[in-house]
Design a protein around this ligand. Structure first.
Ligand SMILES: Cc1ncc(COP(=O)(O)O)c(C=O)c1O
Length: 458
């Protein structure tokens, strides 16, 4: 590229205003939200980096397609367009539309799970783990060792440890394995990509043991970008071809369309195996809807079909990955310990390293999340012991493997000046570092506690 400035490869046609709150207002909002940014109202937030899920700006082509939405109960034309777009990409013949990713997870893992069953992944996303554990099964995360070194520049830190996979399957016996799930990119593991070689190795091991191999493919296009630019042999393949090759290795996929399908709601489950698809279809009809719409309206299916094409546009993917990298590199220059290399959809900060004076049972990640909001109105999420911590029999915290804070970037929503503003907020984070204190959980539900927990400032 001749120019250093990363321009957004789109023009703005419709705008949404942001309430520019003051710090005094935000202190009150945060207290009322029990120091849990999930409990803030969106109009109390200046820059919303809580999630990249369902927060994309749709294109004029997607809005136009929505007008074509065929809302017939059965066999709608929108279903055909949705089916063809997914089949073209994945080649899986059995496609089940769901209202979002976790509905596909509930159907598939609810069916495959239950007491005594085991699921193995590079890292289970929180809803994936929750659905598996809710069924009575056990979920094992086996990311490669390099993923634990935040400074290592290893290209594919999202990879799954194949030696451990082979051992775990042998130990638990093939018939007890619900599925092996490769999450691409690895969201809870830092948004890091998975290489094609790793997917091939996982596929080989699964075949050897006759175990089901599922892709959690919600960021498959972003993952394809990294493969093209980092893995030998893929330089001349298109992003879509790379995705297609990865789908060909697995037996099926679950997708939250709220990410790389560029829509605000939707998901699907796609499978090769007819018998498994039949069992899942029964659950789909009971809990989501009829086979040709599931949890979606016709217009949603139209928007997904268009989004799945737009996401592989080379100019879009360049802007997407480079602008995420820009944010990560700039705050790293300020001494903020970011997980390296910068992932696809988000920048992850090692909060335990930033606030090394805050013990893990006082949740350094929650402290950073609250500081970013107080100082700059920036909302983001803790991906550490609040999200994944457990308690031992004495009620002591068993901390998560990593204490990350995630700044997730909505697709096509914020401009470079928004990102530059966030970078400036980090100057204040650095200045206030020594005085920043931890938090105590005072109320929490049994599962997925980070969504609704209440905290008290220490
Ligand atoms: C890797 C991964 N899997 C599954 C999900 C669940 O998808 P949904 O939020 O659409 O239920 C998410 C959502 O963030 C995710 O990142």
């Amino acid at each position: 590229m001749k120019f250093r400035t990363i321009i957004e490869p789109f023009k703005i046609k419709s705008v949404e205003s942001i309430h520019m709150s003051t710090e005094d207002e935000r202190i009150k909002y945060l207290e009322a939200a029990h120091y849990n940014p999930f409990l803030l109202n969106s109009n109390q937030v200046i820059i919303d980096f809580l999630t990249d899920s369902g927060t994309s700006a749709m294109s004029n082509e997607q809005w136009a397609a929505m007008m074509r939405g065929d809302e017939s109960y059965a066999g709608a034309q929108s279903w055909e367009r949705f089916y063809n777009a997914i089949f073209d990409l994945t080649s899986y013949p059995f496609i089940l539309p769901t209202h979002q990713g976790r509905a596909a997870e509930r159907i598939l893992y609810g069916h495959l799970g239950g007491e005594g069953k085991v699921f193995i992944s590079n890292t289970h996303f929180d809803t994936t783990r929750a659905n598996i554990e809710f069924s009575g099964a056990t979920a094992y995360d086996i990311p490669i060792e390099e993923s634990k070194n935040h400074d290592s520049n290893y290209s594919f830190k999202g990879n799954l440890d194949c030696d451990k996979l082979d051992t775990l399957i042998t130990e638990h016996k093939s018939e007890n394995i619900g599925a092996v799930i490769l999450t691409v990119t690895n969201n809870s593991g830092g948004g890091q990509p998975v290489s094609m070689q790793n997917a091939k190795d996982v596929a080989d091991i699964c075949k050897k043991h006759n175990v089901l191999f599922i892709l959690d493919c919600c960021r498959i296009a972003e993952n394809s970008y990294f493969i093209k630019h980092r893995e030998k042999g893929f330089e001349n393949h298109t992003y879509k071809e790379i995705a297609q090759q990865m789908f060909a290795l697995a037996d099926g996929c679950v997708m939250s369309a709220k990410k790389d399908a560029l829509v605000n709601m939707g998901g699907f489950l796609a499978l090769n195996d007819e018998k498994l698809a039949e069992a899942c279809t029964n659950l789909l009809i009971i809990t989501e809807g009829f086979t040709t719409y599931g949890g979606l309206s016709g217009r949603d299916m139209e928007a997904i079909a268009v989004g799945l094409t737009e996401i592989f546009d080379k100019d879009y993917l360049y802007y997407r990955i480079k602008s995420t990298e820009y944010l990560g590199e700039k705050i790293r220059e300020k001494g903020i310990p970011v997980m390296y290399p910068i992932g696809g959809h988000a920048v992850y900060i090692n909060s335990a390293q930033l606030y090394d004076h805050i013990p893990l049972n006082q949740y350094p990640g929650q402290a950073l999340v609250c500081e970013l909001y107080r100082i700059g109105g920036v909302r983001c999420v803790e991906v550490g012991s609040v999200m994944f911590g457990k308690y031992d029999e004495r009620g002591e915290l068993i901390p998560a493997a990593m204490e990350l804070v995630r700044l997730a970037i909505p697709r096509r929503v914020y401009t470079q000046s928004h990102v530059d503003y966030v970078i400036e907020v980090f100057d204040e984070i650095v200045k206030n570092k020594a005085q920043t204190k931890g938090y105590k959980i005072i109320k929490e539900p049994k599962l997925l506690r980070h969504f609704t927990a209440h905290f008290e400032k220490l």
